[in-house]
Design a protein. Sequence first.
Length: 89
Amino acid sequence: MTPDHTSQRRIVNRLRRARGQLNAVIDAVEEGGSCRDVVTQLAAVSSALDKAGFAIIASAMKNCLDDPEGVTEDGITAEELEKLFLTLA
């Protein structure tokens, strides 16, 4: 699936943000940070990853809907996209 350039940039930005947040979680654990701070940061990482995953699937669904046969550019069917979506839900 090849999202358009703007969508791809947004997805990459979300993933980079998640990576930064994950680094902060690792640092907090290594430094003996408070449980509350670690869990709060971990929740932010999880949310960022979920949003990136949903954005990837949404982009693929758009590509799939644009195709008369209902298949993305990399061969994923609408049914497969539905299963992928449900793994994130």
